[in-house]
Ligand binder design. Sequence first.
Ligand code: MIC
Ligand code: SF4
Length: 644
Amino acid sequence: MGKSITQKILEEHIVKGNFKSGKEIAIRIDQTLTQDATGTMAYLQFETMNVPEVKTELSVSYVDHNTIQIGFENADDHRYLQTIAEKYGIVFSRAGNGICHQVHLERFGKPGKTLLGSDSHTPTGGGIGMMAMGAGGLDVAVAMAGGPFYITCPKVIKINLTGRLKSWVAAKDVVLKILEIFTTKGNVGCVFEYGGEGVNTLSVPERATITNMGAECGVTTSVFPSDEITREFLKSQQREEDWVELKADGDAVYEKVIDVDLSEIVPLAACPHSPGNIKTVEELKGMKVNQVCVGSCTNSSYKDLMTIAKILKGKKAHPDVSFVVAPGSRAVLQNISKNGALGDLIDSGARIVESACGFCIGNSQSPQNDAVSVRTSNRNFLGRSGTKSAHVYLTSVESAAAAVITGKITDPRNMEIECPLVEMPSEFYTDKSMFIFPTEEKKGIEIYRGPNIGNPPSISPMPETIDGVVTIKTGDKTTTDHIIPAGSRMKYRSNVPKYSEFVFEILDPSFYERASKIRDSGKDNIIVGGLSYGQGSSREHAALCPMFLGVKAVIAKSFERIHTANLINFGIVPLVFEKDGDYNAIEEKDEIEILDIKKAIGEGKSIVVRNKTKGTEFTVECDVSDRQRDILLAGGMLACTGTD
Ligand code: MIC
Ligand code: SF4
């Protein structure tokens, strides 16, 4: 029986278990990446593992999220990260060098390798044929220390691409189409594997846009073959030696095959407040636009920036549109500066901002109240832009350019302009001077710890019975941005007690006070959620801060993969309603008792939950592996052995 690309890469890396979908497997990790906002906690945890240096083939620490804030916190954190990198043999990518995923694709990604990143958009590496997955910082720390990474062996779904994209339709529209088909929920435990003739029409950056935003579907990752196009890309980055061919066998077996004809796709947009809320740009046309932001790890490659520069050459941004461009990497910026395209962008009125996450995570460029903001990024969750009343529409660079010119949402096909053709250079200008590579002498460096760096939080073993209060009840698709906001609050990532003050801020600003009172009274806090709880980011703070506030369990209709792992790593029990309807019968402030939780975890049996306020009972399930059971019982991963 033939094998898929996914099976080939995973089998080569399996250290425990077999390739059998639905079963837990442990895999060896070749490369890791961290970014600053998740990195400080990951390295604090790594330090507790007492390993003299990282054991991976390559580990890179990027600074790209918190780069331009007021106050000492970020700068102190950067220094901590730099000294940690030097001490433990990690490559350090300095602030300004670019967004981790874009830079990793350009400089380090290798087909056939496994990559684990403390960022949910790590699957960007699937564009170059990697098995690239997002995880919480603690799981990445374990991988750096030489431990395996555990996943549920995925179901592989083939997305068979045929045809060719029409003018003005982009890779972003392809992934928005995929989001329309699969939505943002119900895809946990799957991998999207791309194949078919249409693959040959897409460049590596276009493939990376597609795998990047697969994260919004909740899949484990997405992957493309590694072919001649991949080889050309690596060659142009002066890395041809990193190329290997990677393709699925002709008779590979898939869970299901979905056909997508590229020639039928039209410009699309994800409407507020979910990346899965898809409409055609044509349907939205005429809506007045206040802001356009081009960039983020989804759409900030050389190809993207050349596309917008060519469209805007000789034109001006509409006077009512605030227009910013954030190149994905310093290399992209250097290349468009050397060929003159940067000048065309500046002439058009673009405000060139730093090569960093910036607007995407809401730590700059928050739009005006009630604004319509058109962005090329991947998430438009409520409040993520920093302005709760704003309406964020996610589109391709082409559709964003049309909005810049007209000041309205406009189908780019209706502009009377010729569609730009961007050739990928045969050789990119490269300059590694913003990386700090590890050397033997640097290993003796003293680690810098500013006052913003706390200690990893302490943990307590699982109680016999969870006896608590429903502190908050949320709806379907509760994202990690709802649970713990980023943006202006992100500078407290290394300071858990302070950051915890903002848990659920966007949904209920009184949560912190109420949860602290319940915890201090000796009771447990319990969260109730709907479908797909924990969508979005890999930020382990969405588990860590609730843990600090005494949250012991989350009862939901279903959970997302990375968040489930984070909850378990921090000793919070993820419980699933056996009957979805029981969700309706439970309310905020209800007093709840989960009896014999210690005994029931991992037995795969129904667990009885007593609602003392209502005088009712219902059942939930805790479907975890034996390994996860041990972690939960110990109160979290840090109490376990660490690396095996
Ligand atoms: C995001 O896009 O939400 C982030 C910010 O990159 C997160 C990581 C974080 O919260 O630090 C992610 O995608 O995992
Ligand atoms: Fe950065 Fe945005 Fe990409 Fe997250 S999604 S890594 S915040 S650019």
